[in-house]
Design a protein. Structure first.
Length: 254
């Protein structure tokens, strides 16, 4: 029987590429870290402003879908790494998503969505502090989205948006100068981190208020431990990831 791993919004390849990125990094100290800190602060401020201004949600809508692609792609990657198979990845117009899979180690698969999005955002910001090129990080993100889109070939909206987002990211990666690409990558990384936390808050509310199918509800069915516990655990782990990979290095560099 196929398992369903879902992503809910507030509105109801590869190892060699990563290895090359790490090998090309430098020290976290000096002007590069300061530039990353400024870009992160600016990205967070812009994200919060756009989030609270009525009627401009369409500006961040593509980023909302991008976060969902990473969320569902993380479920799919965890499925494959634990010996399972992915049947489909569907992204919906409201920003939610679902991954259909069989086999694998379900507790890891269910946990991978929200934690994966947080970890990916933290990874981008951490790599920028290390001196990685923003263009390469945007390109790596484009590859991840493209691979996730393969799982949605039979779902028109997933296919269309996946191709458009992949093309947009590759365009930014190849056309922007390094400074602008770094700022764009920082904005994308901040979006992953911020949206993952906000989505986890929504997940917690859903987990304690009703039985809406969620990743936390999947964990409840597997373990009989309340869904609210898993939502709280994932939120705590996400905050720890951001502290260790983003906030603490920025504070220590002062």
């Amino acid at each position: 029987m196929a398992a369903r791993y879902t992503s809910y919004t507030r509105s109801k390849p590869a190892a060699s590429a990563v290895s090359r990125l790490i090998q090309q990094t430098g020290s976290t100290k000096g002007p590069r870290g300061s530039q990353t800190d400024r870009a992160l602060v600016a990205s967070l401020v812009a994200s919060l402003v756009l989030h609270f201004i009525p009627g401009v949600h369409w500006v961040t809508y593509p980023l909302r879908l991008l976060v969902t692609f990473i969320h569902e792609g993380s479920h799919a990657l965890a499925t494959i790494l634990t010996g399972g198979s992915v049947h489909a990845i569907n992204i919906e117009p409201n920003g939610s998503g679902i991954t259909l899979s069989a086999g694998g180690f379900n507790p890891i698969i269910a946990s991978a969505g929200y934690l994966g999005a947080t970890l990916y955002g933290a990874f981008i910001l951490w790599m920028l502090r290390k001196g990685a090129h923003g263009s390469r990080l945007l390109g790596l993100t484009a590859v991840f989205v493209a691979l996730s889109t393969v799982g949605g070939l039979l779902h028109p909206f997933t296919l269309l948006t996946g191709l458009l987002i992949t093309a947009a990211l590759m365009g930014l990666a190849t056309k922007l100068p390094r400074h602008a690409a770094n700022w764009a990558a920082s904005f994308v990384g901040a979006q992953f981190a911020m949206n993952a936390l906000l989505d986890l808050n929504t997940l917690w509310v859903l987990s304690v208020s009703d039985s809406t199918p969620t990743d936390a509800q999947n964990m409840f069915k597997m373990t009989m431990i309340p869904a609210g516990f898993w939502a709280t655990l994932w939120l705590g782990m996400s905050l720890w990831i951001l502290w260790r990979m983003v906030i603490r290095p920025a504070v220590k560099s002062r």
